[in-house]
Write a protein that binds this ligand. Structure first.
Ligand SMILES: Cc1cc2nc3c(=O)[nH]c(=O)nc-3n(C[C@H](O)[C@H](O)[C@H](O)COP(=O)(O)OP(=O)(O)OC[C@H]3O[C@@H](n4cnc5c(N)ncnc54)[C@H](O)[C@@H]3O)c2cc1C
Length: 432
């Protein structure tokens, strides 16, 4: 195991950090105050090679999978709201990449970013009132009508909702089948019946637009069904005949994407820690430097340790995801859970350290504190992460116990002169 970063990783991390410091930080307060979309920063991200298809390709070349989490952490260090405005399109792109045919991926993923100087954005619309954690209860329907799908429903809390060029909408084609009766559809901007509902006024990440997406008799061509008709029919047939389906695939996909969300939370916590260290430097209380006071040292040590613990979980999960190591013990969810909790706890502890002035509306810690909260609430709440982790832990333990029992049975059979498969392998291994 080698914990040192490569030259390329270090250079990419430094480039992201410079963008966060020089471009994002100066724009952060205005977009936070106005809840405005930071188009000019998104454009500059493109110029810095930090937005778009080429960036995706670059990240795909990293065999350790760390460039993605470094990017998320550094940009969220700059401003979490702007960072989400820059990167929310990736949710839509990931939805297309995980469900679409190669032709659909080639056609629609570029539409989530735009090419050349053109900036486009995407939205991934799943959540509805009463169906977020409980995703099987979605009520948005998609019904086939000749050569078209007709979609009806209202999505809530959608990042880039109402302004996206491409919406990936998850709808039910057979409500009785729960999540197995659902499919994803491309609904491009300008489709008749597609509109923006209520734009939310939020506590944090205010530079990222969150709004309802309303679909009223929205008609899209048949080829806008991601994965295509044959795949959907096979999936529905499996569900109707009680065969096992793709629930575990969805869980596996979430395990791979959650470290990115964890890294985002980590960026906010690191920003709060860095700001506090700067603030402490040179400050004294009754003639003693604040950094030498034990009450201060206790907090700094705990924050630094928690940050590193969360980062190690995030990097491990990112590495496992990239290298195809199954996260059967919930390692992806652990990374998001820990980083989200650390972000909320650390921003609170650092505010307490600095005192009441940190609660004023133009104070950096006040913004980090507001931005941190959402990481315990979206992309799977902290409670849901805990459910996922504990279920995966129990399943994983049962699998290991079953494996161990099998080996013991084989050994017992071998001792009785009937050499089982596992024992044969053990004997062959020992002989070689
Ligand atoms: C700013 C923002 C941006 C978002 N962006 C998007 C987006 O781009 N696309 C999208 O589709 N969605 C988006 N969401 C939605 C978000 O992912 C959901 O709100 C979130 O997953 C929670 O789902 P919910 O709203 O149904 O809450 P609920 O599930 O109703 O949660 C309410 C409470 O109940 C708890 N709870 C629920 N079920 C259980 C259980 N079984 N055991 C224990 N506790 C439980 C939850 O943890 C929570 O504390 C966004 C939300 C916000 C606030």
């Amino acid at each position: 195991m080698d914990f040192r970063l490569s030259e390329e990783q270090l250079a990419f991390q430094a480039h992201c950090h410079r963008f966060a410091e020089e471009v994002m930080r100066p724009a952060a307060a205005k977009h936070d105050r106005d809840q405005s979309v930071p188009w000019e920063v998104i454009k500059q991200a493109r110029e810095w090679d930090l937005h778009g298809l080429e960036l995706l390709q670059k990240m795909a070349t990293d065999s350790e999978g760390l460039l993605g989490v470094m990017y998320a952490e550094e940009l969220h260090w700059g401003c979490a709201g702007i960072a989400l405005a820059i990167s929310a399109s990736s949710l839509a792109a990931a939805g297309i990449a995980s469900s679409g045919t190669p032709e659909q991926i080639g056609r629609w993923v570029p539409e989530c970013y735009g090419l050349g100087d053109e900036i486009k954005i995407g939205a991934y619309a799943v959540t509805e009132a009463g169906a977020g954690s409980d995703v099987k209860s979605l009520r948005t329907t998609a019904k086939r009508d000749g050569d078209e799908w007709v979609i009806n429903g209202t999505k809530v809390f959608i990042s880039n909702g109402g302004i996206a060029d491409v919406n990936v909408v998850v709808a039910t084609v057979d409500p009785e089948l729960g999540h197995r009766g659902q499919a994803s559809f491309i609904v491009p901007k300008g489709t008749p019946g597609l509109s923006m509902g209520k734009k939310e006024d939020k506590l944090g990440i205010r530079a990222s637009q969150t709004a309802e997406v309303v679909l009223e008799d929205c008609r899209v061509p048949l080829d806008h069904l991601l994965g295509g008709m044959d795949k959907l029919e096979r999936k529905l047939e499996r569900a109707r005949t009680g065969q096992s389906g793709g629930a575990s695939n969805a869980l596996a996909t979430f395990e791979v994407t959650r470290p990115l969300v964890g890294a985002s939370a980590l960026g906010i916590a690191q920003a709060a820690y860095d700001w506090t260290l700067d603030w402490l430097e040179g400050r004294e209380y009754e003639g003693e430097p604040l950094v030498d006071q034990q009450r201060v040292q206790q907090v700094l040590a705990d924050v630094a340790t928690e940050l590193d613990a969360a980062r190690l979980l995030v990097w491990r999960a990112a590495w496992m995801g990239r290298n195809g190591v199954p996260m059967t013990a919930g390692q992806g969810s652990m990374s998001k859970l820990k980083a989200g909790d650390v972000a909320m706890w650390a921003t609170t502890a650092l505010m307490d350290l600095v005192g009441p002035e940190a609660s004023l509306t133009d104070h950096p810690l006040e913004k980090f504190f507001r931005d941190a909260k959402i990481y315990q609430l979206f992309e799977g709440t902290a409670q849901i992460q805990r459910l996922v982790i504990s279920r995966m832990q129990v399943t994983e333990r049962r699998r290991r116990l079953d494996e161990a029992a099998e080996v013991l049975a084989d050994v017992a059979a071998a001792q009785n002169g009937k050499v089982g498969r596992a024992a044969q392998a053990t004997v062959a291994g020992a002989a070689s």
